[in-house]
Design a protein around this ligand. Structure first.
Ligand code: SF4
Length: 334
């Protein structure tokens, strides 16, 4: 598989003045291949949205990218170019044309007083000089891809569409410039279960049809099961596990992944056995010493409290846990 993006040691810091300093993304490294469908999974506050914003260099102040490289390859495998070394103008050129993002909760951010057609025309015109007719044609194609009827949707105002339809409009908008990487931040959160399933099916179709690379951010491992080919698990600003989806569900190596699986009622066993991970993610202004997951981990011992585990390569997977062999041997959580 040709490479598309190589993220190395990415670090994003927030200077909070008298409230301290917080490293929200701390040494994150991963690769995306051309045409891959990858999920980045973690609880709220794990750093996944900040990681995604860093990939398109839109981290809001007082946050800033404080280290790392973002190697970006061309369609024929040429490159890589470090996106972090591009000027703001050069990056603006690539944003949406090459890397597009559907932001979390963005279905409520559509302009309420503009018809969808005008919003789509404005989106394209912000990036290239294309005639209105051509944009509408392109918009209709993209709307059909998300199973919306262009003649109805293009002349609608956002309030005339359901939440699920607005989310599909946003996915269609993100496809208008034919990006090579599409990042989707919690695209199904706040939607009912049937609409969620419908949107995931549409994403799978778009991925198969267009062959573009997708990075799906979610807190819900159930969303990942039938969509992503590979999963990255993030906790407290760091990647703690990476594996092909099937292998991860079959035998998670990290106790946090195990906890996420146990918190998903639809995947394993009956409702009565499901339990959320106890405790809360740490305050990143003052993370715990050793393994950041140790205050919530049922396997934690003195070594975990003293020394931080490195992210190790193990048979085509990666895991950051001192006791991963013991956890892997216990298989899929029941
Ligand atoms: Fe749990 Fe220790 Fe592994 Fe951290 S290193 S996840 S505390 S067992």
């Amino acid at each position: 598989m040709k490479p598309l993006l190589q993220v190395r040691d990415l670090q994003v810091t927030f200077d909070l003045g008298r409230h301290g300093r917080l490293v929200a993304v701390d040494g994150v490294s991963f690769d995306l291949g051309q045409g891959e469908f990858v999920a980045l999974v973690g609880e709220s506050g794990s750093g996944k949205s900040t990681t995604a914003l860093a990939l398109i260099r839109l981290v809001p102040p007082p946050g800033y990218i404080s280290g790392g490289q973002l190697g970006w390859w061309g369609p024929e495998g040429e490159g890589p170019v470090d996106l972090l070394r591009l000027s703001p103008g050069q990056m603006r050129e690539r944003r949406w044309r090459e890397i597009a993002m559907v932001f979390q909760g963005a279905q409520n951010a559509l302009n309420p007083v503009m018809r969808i057609a005008e919003q789509m025309v404005e989106t394209v015109r912000a990036h290239s000089a294309v005639s209105r007719g051509e944009i509408i044609e392109r918009a209709a194609r993209c709307l059909r891809m998300v199973r919306l009827e262009p003649s109805r949707v293009l002349r609608s105002y956002p309030h005339e569409l359901s939440g699920g339809m607005r989310q599909r409009v946003l996915i269609a908008m993100s496809l208008l410039m034919s990006p090579r990487l599409l990042i989707l931040d919690e695209p199904t959160t706040a939607l009912d279960v049937i609409t969620q399933a419908h949107i995931l099916e549409i994403l799978r179709e778009i991925h198969a049809q267009l062959g573009l690379t997708m990075l799906l951010l979610t807190h819900d491992l159930a969303v990942v099961a039938k969509t992503a080919q590979r999963v990255l698990i993030m906790y407290a600003g760091r990647i703690v596990e990476e594996a092909p989806t099937e292998a991860l569900f079959e035998a998670p190596y990290h106790p946090y992944t195990r906890g996420l699986l146990q918190a998903v009622p639809t995947l394993v066993g009956d409702l009565g056995t499901k339990r959320p991970i106890p405790g809360a993610p740490p305050d990143l202004r003052d993370p715990p010493p050793g393994c950041r997951f140790h205050p919530r981990c049922p396997y934690a011992d003195a070594r975990c409290r003293a020394a931080e585990p490195a992210l190790e390569e193990v048979g085509g997977r990666r895991v950051a846990c001192h006791h991963w062999q013991r956890i892997a041997a216990s298989g899929r959580p029941g």
